[in-house]
Design a protein around this ligand. Structure first.
Ligand SMILES: NC(=O)c1ccc[n+]([C@@H]2O[C@H](COP(=O)([O-])OP(=O)(O)OC[C@H]3O[C@@H](n4cnc5c(N)ncnc54)[C@H](O)[C@@H]3O)[C@@H](O)[C@H]2O)c1
Length: 271
């Protein structure tokens, strides 16, 4: 159903790899809601994923960019402005990757070059996107920049490893850059802290099924899926949230404020 919430708005959506990706659903919904945008992903993901299929469906051009490369980001924003003929109203940062998690390193045996890669890909890239956009004056006043986070930024989930630090940094960058862009351009910057979701990035974390099921049982509304996360992103890009900034917004079915639930009590009871 469309309410044309994003009619007249243009933007950039990163991180759609396949149909399970949160960014994939955001692109479908942004299109439904009347937005025009370009899609972007790392050059390697263009070969692995199905991004061309999505591009056709939502009538979006695809501009490859490694989000850790300033040169690629400059090219992304400049090409975007040529294609869509103006500045962006919204940017979705939907990017995360840890080589330590991928390669099964324990938290007490991290490879520090990989740790830095985790931080660069999953958090600094958010800063790089905004700094590059600010230098090129590529975001319209009252624009909206959004990143996706996870509650491991605040609480320990052992197998989330160095991604926990990356998410803490991502959320901190949203506050610091949100201040700056707010004062200078009335642009808002937020992160959405999403439930565990069955995607390539999500299910790459060891024991993911267990903490997916645990979160489901600990959330009064159940886990928020990728589709509902995309709905929240659309609202955050719309004018309905123009005064919300520098926030980490929990989108987790109530997980973060539940001490215990009856489902968990039943599960853990001996009788
Ligand atoms: N799936 C979950 O359980 C969950 C929960 C909370 C937050 N998130 C966050 O949501 C975001 C999207 O992840 P997803 O779950 O949709 O998984 P996904 O694997 O579909 O998306 C991750 C994307 O990051 C891209 N990427 C990796 N390195 C890149 C680089 N150098 N440059 C540009 N792009 C790069 C990948 O190509 C991929 O498209 C991530 O920030 C993730 O941490 C996911």
């Amino acid at each position: 159903m469309s309410n044309n919430l994003l009619k007249g708005k243009t933007g950039i959506i990163s991180g759609a790899l396949d149909q399970n990706s949160i960014a994939w659903k955001v692109a479908e919904k942004a299109h439904e809601q009347g937005a025009e945008f370009t899609l972007t992903n790392a050059p390697i993901a263009m070969r692995m994923g199905d991004l061309n299929e999505l591009g056709k469906k939502v009538k979006a051009e695809i501009i490859p960019a490694d989000a850790t490369s300033i040169e690629d980001l400059e090219n992304l924003l400049q090409k975007y402005m040529q294609i869509l003929g103006g500045k962006v109203d919204f940017i979705l940062h939907s990017i995360g990757m840890s080589p330590n998690v991928r390669k099964g390193r324990s938290y007490s045996n991290l490879n520090y070059d990989w740790f830095q890669k985790t931080l660069d890909v999953s958090a600094l890239s958010f800063h790089k996107m905004m700094q590059t956009a600010e230098k090129l004056d590529a975001i319209n006043d009252w624009g909206s920049v959004l990143g996706l986070s996870y509650i491991a930024a605040q609480r320990t989930f052992p197998d989330y490893s160095d991604m926990a630090q990356a998410k803490a940094l991502l959320e901190s960058i949203a506050r610091s850059y949100g201040y700056r862009l707010g004062v200078n351009k009335k642009i808002r910057v937020n992160t959405i802290s999403q439930s565990p979701t069955m995607t390539t990035a999500g299910s790459g974390v060891p024991g993911f099924d267990v903490f997916f099921n645990y979160a489901e049982k600990m959330s009064p509304l159940g886990n928020a899926d990728a589709e509902s996360c995309a709905d929240y992103c659309i609202v955050m890009f719309s004018d309905l949230t123009r005064m919300v900034t520098m926030q980490n917004l929990m989108h987790d079915g109530g997980f973060s404020t539940s001490g215990i639930t009856e489902t968990m009590i039943e599960e853990l009871s001996n009788d």
